[in-house]
Write a protein that binds this ligand. Structure first.
Ligand SMILES: [Zn+2]
Length: 269
């Protein structure tokens, strides 16, 4: 699932494609029930004639700022964005296509259809339930500890709670907890502030290392690819018979916060 590093790599890719200043001339969209919306496009017809003025990201949320309004994009489980040229065949699972004034188009490809896209007149309130970005300067170590230490949920669930901090999902929560030596099921309010400070560093390190890996490994078109179950950006192999990279003990799995956690019962306490 695209988490902070994957979504930031998408933003960097889109920035590299000189989309700022381009105008959206048309939109097509295809998802269940869209024909029943007022414009038959889920409100996206309002994008016509709008010029792209910026691309920002908070957690897993991408915002394309326009000369009027803002486009919110969320990649869900399997979404990705690709800039396409007139000679390119449409992507197989293209759900939304934004046609630009230079004949290129941006396609949102999403096999599982859980990606989100919405036009809003204003940015106000759009991300009101989203906490500070996990890599933002506002999320200092002290602020991280303050936001986490009163929670009575398992620390893994707290890390994945987008209202506490934004951008960490199932995979990078496991990576950070292994790096910090903290058991994913440990209650957040029972972890010392020293260990939470270490965890904040581990979160940042896990996200930044993954981002560097993704940026260094684009596909043949220069596009970032979306995470598979396991690759070299991760310490923990998410598969049967995987072992701890530090001590060699077989990794354990357990459902925490509705998601499968991989962890080492020797190294994580
Ligand atoms: Zn271990």
């Amino acid at each position: 699932m695209p988490e902070l590093p994957e979504v930031e790599s998408l933003r960097l890719y889109l920035m590299s494609q000189d989309l700022i200043g381009r105008t959206v001339v048309d939109v097509s969209a295809d998802w269940p029930g869209i024909e029943n919306t007022s414009d038959g496009l889920g409100g996206l017809s309002q994008l016509r004639g709008r010029r792209i003025t910026g691309l920002s990201r908070t957690g897993k949320n991408l915002l394309a700022r326009l000369d009027h309004g803002v486009l919110w994009l969320h990649m869900g489980m399997t979404g990705r964005l690709a800039v396409m040229y007139p000679s390119d065949e449409p992507l197989r699972f293209a759900r939304v296509t934004f046609f630009l004034d230079d004949e290129r188009r941006v396609e949102l490809d999403d096999p599982r259809r859980w990606a989100g896209v919405r036009f809003e007149e204003s940015e106000a309130g759009l991300l009101s339930n989203v906490g500070p970005d996990a890599l933002s300067v506002e999320l200092t170590s002290d602020e991280f500890v303050r936001r986490v230490k009163t929670k009575r949920s398992p620390i893994k669930a707290v890390l994945m709670d987008q209202s506490v901090l934004a951008g960490v999902g199932n995979i990078y929560a496991d990576e950070a907890l292994h790096r910090a030596g903290i058991h994913p099921a440990r209650r957040a309010d029972r972890i010392s502030e020293k260990r939470l400070t270490d965890l904040h560093t581990a979160v940042r390190t896990s996200l930044l290392q993954a981002l560097c890996y993704i940026v260094d490994h684009p596909d043949e078109r220069g596009r970032p690819y979306i995470v598979d179950a396991y690759d070299d950006r991760m310490r923990l192999q998410r598969k049967k018979d995987a072992i701890c990279p530090d001590c060699g003990t077989p990794l354990q799995t357990r459902k925490i916060g509705g998601r499968t956690s991989y962890f080492c019962r020797q190294c994580q306490t």
